[in-house]
Structure formats: structure tokens, C-alpha cells
Write a protein that binds this ligand. Sequence first.
Ligand SMILES: Cc1cc2nc3c(=O)[nH]c(=O)nc-3n(C[C@H](O)[C@H](O)[C@H](O)COP(=O)(O)OP(=O)(O)OC[C@H]3O[C@@H](n4cnc5c(N)ncnc54)[C@H](O)[C@@H]3O)c2cc1C
Ligand code: SF4
Length: 492
Amino acid sequence: MADPKGFLTTGREVAKTRPVGERVKDWNEVYVPGSLLPIISKQAGRCMDCGIPFCHNGCPLGNLIPEWNDYAYREDWTAASERLHATNNFPEFTGRLCPAPCESACVLGINQPAVTIKNVEVSIIDKAWDSGDVTPQPPERLSGKTVAVIGSGPAGLAAAQQLTRAGHTVAVFERADRIGGLLRYGIPEFKMEKSHINRRIEQMRAEGTKFRTEVEIGKDIDAAKLRRRYDAVVIAAGATVSRDLPVPGRELNGVHFAMEYLPLANKVQEGDLTVSPITAEGKHVVVIGGGDTGADCVGTAHRQGALSVTQLEIMPRPGEDRNADQPWPTFPMLYKVTSAHEEGGERVYSVSTTHFEGSAPEEGQTVGNVQALHLVEVEFKDGKLEQKPGTERRIPAQLVTLAMGFTGTDQTNGLVQQFGLELDGRGNVARDADFATNVDGVFVAGDAGRGQSLIVWAIAEGRSAARGVDRFLTGASALPAPIRPTDRSLMV
Ligand SMILES: Cc1cc2nc3c(=O)[nH]c(=O)nc-3n(C[C@H](O)[C@H](O)[C@H](O)COP(=O)(O)OP(=O)(O)OC[C@H]3O[C@@H](n4cnc5c(N)ncnc54)[C@H](O)[C@@H]3O)c2cc1C
Ligand code: SF4
């Protein structure tokens, strides 16, 4: 146990963020660099090393949290990094971006603020990179087997790293121009600077993983050819089809999916564009959807110089404490103030958009520009969402982003049809307990099979699918399998 009295003598302290006025002027991560390390050993010392560590089950990766808390408390950073990597290929991603369901399951959290598990995780891995403890781990022997991974998000990268280290020759195919999936194009720089992806890719290349960008499987290479060339295939293509809002005025200029808007801001940060073609500068911005993607639009709009930012959510505002139906150690739906929300804007709950209003088309335009959004308040009656009469109102909007979730994996590029993949009832690729699809030798991991989820789940699925592939190729596997496809952990 780290410090037997730590939880009695030390209060919870989290990473410090930079002042709002400073950070909205740049795109760097919102945290004060170096602020965690001086406090993190004492924070790790709050861990009670419980006989039954519920945090293990709260984390979809089954991270060995009390073990690395103990090492962090003793400042044995090398050992802490080794325990962390035993279950997680990319702690620098989860340590920055995970909603930390482990902390909701922390036993200390029953009657005190939980251990800052996520902050300890990111401190261990940042220290490991700085000290040179993260090195390539190429396999000792090659198996002679080949694997194609489709998609380079966290699921594809985790599967590829596990399979490469198991001795298989792995190529990752990515339709975008850079590796990383939503980590690269979607999640803004201020939540995670992309240099963290770049150095992992370098490690993976040094281990032997091959990367092929700007290759769309189903279009540039068909499924039959890929299957002839590779002994196994992992589909980690994400759930990239955005949910639409088919109300009058949807066709107006200035109404965009969040995933049309956010990647352009990423491309500016990558140096590909000087200014985003879809910018919030000088505009009243409305973000439809109250989740994390919506929050990313809010933070991006502020940095681009929006006049105002309003985020709309159809559901009622969640409570600040656990409801009786979401008891410890489940991951509760709570009112969250993300770093983007600290930076300004208004959040409006229990409203539904009825239509968009636009200007007349200008010369050369087929449709006009969005000018306003009309909404109405809604409430649940007998389990059904109903509009409240007399509550209609209009808010100015020259840029609207739709961040209402995703409906499943992309079926427009032939991937699903060419492989002959069966889908489940929710439009995701169906799979068995080994993450195998209905097609022999073809596996699926991450959002493509699970539906839009979290990075931690994508990594866990990538690791588990790698074990399924390894067993398929060699008849047995020493690779770990953190989860089965049906696992919901503690309901994240
Ligand atoms: C804006 C946004 C913010 C988010 N923020 C968070 C967060 O803070 N924390 C968190 O835990 N989760 C977050 N998520 C969710 C998280 O990013 C996803 O759950 C995770 O990235 C899924 O990983 P994946 O590898 O399954 O798929 P993805 O990351 O979606 O990667 C799939 C990749 O496959 C590629 N691809 C698709 N089809 C083909 C093809 N035919 N050929 C070649 N390549 C193909 C795509 O281009 C993409 O790069 C966020 C999601 C969004 C949209
Ligand atoms: S990956 Fe997420 S759930 Fe797991 S220990 Fe880290 S912060 Fe917690």
C-alpha cells in the first residue's frame, strides 16, 4: 500500500489549467505544463490498495491501478511505467482524454473525493517518455504471417502494436492523410497535442508496423485483393457516419456536421491550411448536441473568435450528484464542466430545433446562408418527448454544428459489402467472442463493432481482437484479452 494514511492526510488535487484568457488565444493543451509532477506522488499515496480494487473493473482496460499508484508514490517511475504498459498501449491518450470511469468506481469515492487516477496515469507516461523508458519492442522472431489493419484510430493502433509484437507482419491502412483516426482529426489540439501521436507512431514503425495513408479499403484496394494478400484482416474503421437533423433549412450554408468542422481546425494546426474554410470568427455559433463532440466545437469556436457560442441539448440537465439508479461504483451521468465550458458560452437544456432560417441566395449560390435557429422547449411526458406550446424562440446563428452522435460504420465505400460483413441491429459490424466477424479471418475492433464509444474501449477492443487474430493465425495466443465484445464494464 502506498501510504497507509494518505487518504486521511491528503486532499484530492488535480492538474492545474492555464487561465482562460491565456489559453483561448492558443491551441496548446489547457494544462499548466509541469504542474502535476510535484503533487502526484502524494496524490497516488491516497490510494487505499483495496482488497477488491473496483477501479480495475471500472477501467475497460483493467489497468492495474493500485500497483502503479504504489510505484508512483515511491517515485519508482520506471516500474510504474512497466505496470501501466502491461495493460495499456497508449496511456498518454487515455491519461489526457479518458472520462475516467475508474475514478467513479474508486472505493475512496464512496465518501471522499476519488483518487486522481487519470492524473497519475498521465504523469507516469509523460515521465517515462521524458526519461527514455518508452522504447521500441520489436519481436524476437517473425511468424511469417501477415495482417492488414483497416483504420488507424486507437483500436487499429492497439491491434497493430499487439500483433506486431507477437511477430506478425502488420500493415495499417488509413484513408486519411495522417495516422490517428479521431485522435488526429476530430479531437482538438487543446485536449491533446498531436505530438503525442507522432512519437507513438515512430515507436510502432521502429517495432516493424507498416503504415499506408491515403488508401481507402473498398475503394483504392478491394476486399478480395486484401484478403488474398493478407492472412488476416482487422477492421478498425470507426463509426464515422454522423447523425443528421433533417429539419427545414438543414441545407443552408453554414450548417455543418461537427466532423466537417473539427478536422479542418486540426488541419490548420497541422499547418496544411492557414485559415479554416469553416470558421466561427465573428459569428454567432450554435452547437447542437450536449456531449463531448459538442464541447470540442465550443472550445474550437472560442479559439476561432466566435461572437457567441450556445450549446443545445435535447435532454434535461443532468444532476451534480449520483441518482439512486446510478449508485457507486457505476459510471453516472453527471453535469460536467469541461475545460471548453469553463471558457464561456451558454448551455441550454431540454430544447429541440424546429428549423433554420437563412438569407436569400446570393448570386452564384443555390441556397442562402444560415442566419438563425428556431427552437422549442421539450419535456418528457409518459416516457415521450413532447414540445411545450408557447416556448418557441429564435436565436441568431451564422454557424451551426451538428454534434448529435454517430449512427454506425461507413457503408458508402464498399467495405461492408465487399467483405460481405453482417451488421448488428445498430448498424455496427457484428462479431463473436473472439472479435471475429462472419467472414473467416476478418476481425473487428473499436467503434466499428461497438458503435461510437471511448478511446479506452477502442484500445481494449484492439488488444482483445489482436488475441483473436493471433489465435486464428497460430492456434494459440499469449496476448492478453482485456474484454469480450459484450462486456459493458460498469456501464460506460
Ligand atoms: C470530436 C470527438 C471527440 C471525442 N473525444 C473523446 C474524448 O475526449 N475521450 C474519449 O475517450 N473518446 C472521445 N471520442 C470518441 C473516440 O474518439 C472514439 O471512440 C475512438 O476514436 C474510436 O476509435 P476507433 O479506432 O474505433 O475509430 P476511429 O478513431 O474513428 O478511427 C477509424 C479510422 O478508420 C479510418 N477508415 C474508415 N474507413 C476506412 C477505410 N475503408 N479504409 C481505410 N481507413 C478507413 C478512418 O479514416 C479513421 O481514421 C471523441 C469522438 C469525437 C468524434
Ligand atoms: S484508461 Fe481511463 S478508466 Fe482506465 S485507468 Fe486510465 S483514466 Fe481510468
